[in-house]
Design a protein around this ligand. Sequence first.
Ligand code: GDP
Ligand code: IMO
Ligand code: MG
Length: 425
Amino acid sequence: MNTVVLGLQWGDEGKGKAIDYLAGRFDVVTRFQGGHNAGHTVYYQGRKVVLHVLPSGIFYPDCLAVIASGVVVQPLQLVEEIRNARELGLTLRNLALSENAPLILPFHQQLDVVFEDSRYQRIGTTRRGIGPAYEDVVGRRALFVGDLLRETVFRGKIAVLAEYYNRLFAAYGHPAMELEDDVRRYLEAGEFLRPHVTDTTRLLQESWRAKKKILFEGAQGSLLDIHLGTYPFVTSSNTTIAGVFSGTGLSPKAVDRVLGISKAYATRVGEGPFPTELKDDFGARLRTLGNEFGATTGRPRRVGWLDLVALRHAVQVNGVDDIFLTKLDVLDDLPEIRVAIAYEVDGERSERRDTFPCHAEALERVTPVYQALPGWQKKLGAIERARDLPKAVRAYLDFIEEFAGARIRYLGVGGERRQTIEIAD
Ligand code: GDP
Ligand code: IMO
Ligand code: MG
């Protein structure tokens, strides 16, 4: 069953672990959006590995790993990531990179920093140039991986773009960018990447027609979607199901199942509304228990209770069939666990209290209404079978399933691949 794995919250739900757990059952794993703003943690031979653009299926040599055309690529970063993976003993002969993936250029990274430091409302981006790179795509100015392979074309295109950007930098009082060194390094990276570069849309189409099993690896989370997330505190791609199709060139017919990943609580990195946020000592304790520090930027993650209003929104917009609920073990010691089941707006439980007002201004005005559920106060990390789970866990899962409208099929009870419990019908 071709399966889309995507985050149902604000990212860092444990997608990397979920994909690594599942990838052995698939022939192809493909990233379809985002860039190296992502940090997907996987354990390989007992070592913690954080992947940024490489799909989390690369640890299976028989699995074709694809970086499809919806992903924005910083070639120097990708080369480094490939080198690091080779040091782990992976050949990466199974890696395909789209010739039509837009490039993240030095201007984009610079602009991300300039914007973050100057705008009236900071987003708290990863400062990797993701937003500006996608802006160039919609602005019809982008350069692509394929351009890197033709030196004259690349030099010509980047020179034109430099004029555009240097005018913009001047407006912000920044000097023009000196590009020659970067251009040379980008072209070298292009040569390094050349053996992997291909038409991934064709490759994926062929894989689909040949009935190969495809796993689609989402980055970020649904609430960071450029159209359906907590705008403007979002990333610049479609992190929801829509991104699969524009980002790979496969049709909805190629998807059999949507698997949404959610933590048993909630986290967010960067700015923006977070109704169930715990800003107190308890929140700090949960951050420590869950080791909630960004895999990409190392920033402390904001933490809070699971927000079922938001979760149901994410289930609905993505058509989620099944949920992979991660980090359940982090709640092991708690006598009571809360979940948000409605919002109050301006002190009243309004008619639309259980719908998710995704734009930030509206969401900032809500106060969550909680339901308290009993904790299990047992260590879950070594449990392997669903039937061995404490009753209180089952009750917690039933409550979430009922509210969110999707089945919980997998539970994460630790960061390692094997610390996963499958729940059959
Ligand atoms: P991603 O961006 O969605 O892939 O998630 P990250 O890798 O950024 O963050 C998830 C973190 O939680 C990583 O440190 C994982 O190793 C860890 N993790 C994933 N699943 C579980 C789980 O079930 N229990 C615990 N304790 N940690 C987990
Ligand atoms: P993974 O794939 C968590 C957040 C940033 C910021 C906003 C915009 O590991 O789940 P950007 O650099 O994308 O323009 O930043 O999005 N953000 C993430 N938060 N996990 C991620 O990826 C994220 N990628 C971006 O913190 O709030
Ligand atoms: Mg992450």
